[in-house]
Write a protein of this length. Structure first.
Length: 348
């Protein structure tokens, strides 16, 4: 892939991110995450605690959270987790509490799926409905939570192995501590990429090839790794927590989740554009033509789409999505994006 192709890919990703109103979708994700994060972590800790004990799993979780969102954000999550009640001892209390915990933990994944379906241009009539499909979505979300718990177990095993190797090899290798830190960073990056890959692959209502997902997940994990430092720098220097008094920790957590959601959505848009330009959906890109601007000089105007394409763009565009007519002065990147999305909808 040439530098020009990379630049075009990034430019169209930004255009798609704007076209899908990602800031609004990120706000919805942040809202649902605040209510789901404690139940999700409780299930993850319970799964990992079956192997290593609850205290070890809880300690590893908060160590990871502290590295991601800082002391105040991790403290807010810890307080939320303490307020979550475990299912009661009796059968009825256990069933009711377990169902409530499951619903609370999987709610945010439903919003994730809705956001990804919008990015992948899934029409309402293409989305499976009915009670069984609702249960299937919840079970899929629960499976992802269990997968995160398994990754936590892997992280605990790796941390224990690195600690043991440090004890044995430190006297012989003076730089072993630096090597262990590097290995730990690589492991953390890999875990983040795997989580993103699973979500990008399993959550949308369309079939996405693994080769498209893996590229998008690695790019998103890289952006997330860089972004967590930038987000932490902004939160630390803006004094936003002190402005809200006792609610400062919750505000810090909400800000962190919101900006992280923007990175997640940008990675999803990148995956969509990459799949259509260079991946398994590239036939759509071959059919796509950029739409002309309103003020294009005569003789130099770009070819307009056929009436069939225009009709489908008008009828099948998802609610809230922009069209070329609504933005006649769109940039070349935006016009290419409109043509690409019209071709994608025409193919389906």
């Amino acid at each position: 892939m040439t530098l020009r192709e990379i630049w075009t890919l990034l430019r169209e990703t930004v255009a798609a991110w704007v076209d899908d109103y990602a800031p609004s979708m990120g706000a919805a994700l942040a809202y649902y995450t605040i209510f789901s994060i404690a139940p999700v972590l409780l299930i993850v800790i319970s799964v990992a605690g079956l192997v290593f004990g609850e205290d070890a799993a809880r300690g590893e979780i908060f160590e990871q959270l502290r590295g991601l969102m800082g002391e105040r954000g991790a403290g807010a999550v810890q307080e939320m987790l303490r307020s979550v009640n475990r299912p009661g001892e009796g059968l009825t209390a256990a069933v009711v509490g377990g169902v409530a915990l499951l619903v609370g933990a999987t709610t945010v994944f439903g919003e994730l799926q809705a956001s990804l379906d919008r990015i992948w241009q899934v029409r309402a009539d293409q989305r499976p409905g009915g009670l069984w499909q609702l249960l299937r979505k919840r079970l899929l979300s629960f499976g992802l939570i269990l997968g995160i718990g398994f990754l936590l177990i892997v992280s605990l095993v790796a941390s224990a192995a690195l600690a043991a190797l440090s004890t044995w090899w430190s006297p012989y290798f003076g730089d072993w501590l630096k090597i262990a830190q590097l290995l730990n960073a690589v492991l953390s990056f890999t875990m983040i990429a795997v989580v993103f890959a699973l979500i990008y692959k399993l959550m949308p209502s369309v079939r996405v090839a693994w080769r498209d997902v893996l590229i998008g997940a690695v790019v998103t994990a890289l952006l997330f790794t860089i972004g967590k430092y930038l987000i932490g720098l902004y939160i630390g220097r803006s004094a936003v927590a002190s402005a809200y008094g006792a609610a400062g920790s919750l505000v810090v957590l909400l800000l962190w989740v919101y900006y992280s959601a923007q990175i997640f959505l940008f990675g999803a848009e990148f995956t969509w554009v990459y799949a259509h330009r260079h991946g398994s959906f590239r036939k759509d890109a071959a059919d796509a033509q950029p739409l002309p601007t309103a003020g294009a000089p005569s003789g130099e105007a770009e070819p307009a789409p056929s009436a069939d394409v225009s009709a489908q763009t008008t009828i099948e565009a998802p609610a809230g999505a922009r069209s070329a007519d609504a933005d006649p002065g769109a940039s070349a990147g935006r016009r290419r994006l409109f043509g690409l999305r019209a071709a994608a909808r025409r193919r389906r």
